[in-house]
Design a protein around this ligand. Sequence first.
Ligand code: ACO
Length: 429
Amino acid sequence: MSSNTTLTVDNKAVELAVKEGTIGPSVVDISKLYAQTGMFTYDPGFTSTASCESKITYIDGDQGVLLYRGYPIDQLAEHGDFLETCYLLLYGELPTAAQKADFDYRVTRHTMVHDQMNRFFTGFRRDAHPMAIMVACVGALSAFYHDSTDISDPQQRMIASMRMIAKMPTLAAMAYKYSIGQPFVYPQNDLDYTSNFLRMCFAVPCEDYKVNPVLSRALDRIFILHADHEQNASTSTVRLAGSSGANPFACIAAGIACLWGPAHGGANEAALKMLEEIGTPDRIPEFIARAKDKNDPFRLMGFGHRVYKNYDPRAKIMQKTTHEVLNELGIKDDPLLDVAMELEQIALKDDYFIEKKLYPNIDFYSGITLKAMGFPTSMFTVLFALARTVGWIAQWSEMIEDPSQRIGRPRQLYTGPTERNYVTVAQRG
Ligand code: ACO
């Protein structure tokens, strides 16, 4: 269904089409506005702008709802597994048993990386941030897999997608192993996706490694929770990079670079550092006061979200997962968890946070969980990137397959100098 709305510009009425989605806010189609009025719209940070039409993920930030292809995130996290979620995001429907077996097999066949990639790693300093390595290595995949960079070929697009979903855990584990000076562990394809990843991270050649099924299930759930989140900064980056026709490996590398920022994927690392800095519950009021102080740039990391103005539905599942992992590992008195629980309670009752609708987001708990599993903080955003790769690919594919797709080219409100003449250095005062 569609309708129109009227905008009056300089006393001239302009008819604009209103498009309706299946759920969520309608949009005013302003694509002809410039042609009709000579004006652009202005929306820094895109708080009111839909950049595309999408059928993949729906968020209702006020109600705390997150749906992948219509399925609530809590149901998928409770009953599904990550590869099933990947299938759902990519193809739009949950797989049948046969489709799932085939998909798992196809992903598994691509887990190894070209052996020459090993040399690529050794070019880095051992103390390089693993996100820097991931940006480089994922971008470099396009130099290794020339046979899947033609974006006009659906078969090549599919192979590139499989390759990235399958190789991301291998690359992430290699980045980790390199940073701690241990040998790379090759994938073992009879393990499920997440168990294989845990093994590649934590096994050493001199000992047997048994995957802990509770930790594997918990990490799989964390991957499900992070798999997609509609048009966030990194996904929009992937779409924008892809709109120029760049190859999929380059586009995902761009997404990883964007995800690295502390306001986005770097927040779980920042949240854990903040909890460590707070140290003990008695210091919480001091940090709450700093977060509220307009003259102090400090923010409570892991709180607030551009879209969720209610409890982040992923944070609820994450909180439960945190407790499962800590119980399994026998961590009864974790000082960071004590600080986290107390901080959450204090912030949820504080007028500042209530008025601004600042609730804990997923990153608030994921850091504690990943740390308990044995991952260093520098790997947290890497795990986020691993999980989000499927979302980026699904969104990128949707864009490529959209016949109305054009290169993304935002406009601007120019406030710089007007035209002026060049003056030579000698003549400048
Ligand atoms: N602590 C203290 N105050 C905050 C916080 C916070 N974590 N978040 C927002 N505010 C305040 C701002 O100071 C601002 O106050 P003002 O209106 O008086 O100026 C108001 O709340 C609105 O904040 P904005 O920055 O305008 O909100 P925006 O939607 O742009 O930012 C963001 C969202 C970036 C997530 C922000 O809440 C933040 O920086 N949070 C901490 C970082 C974090 O946890 N990021 C993870 C995001 S989830 C993810 O990427 C998976």
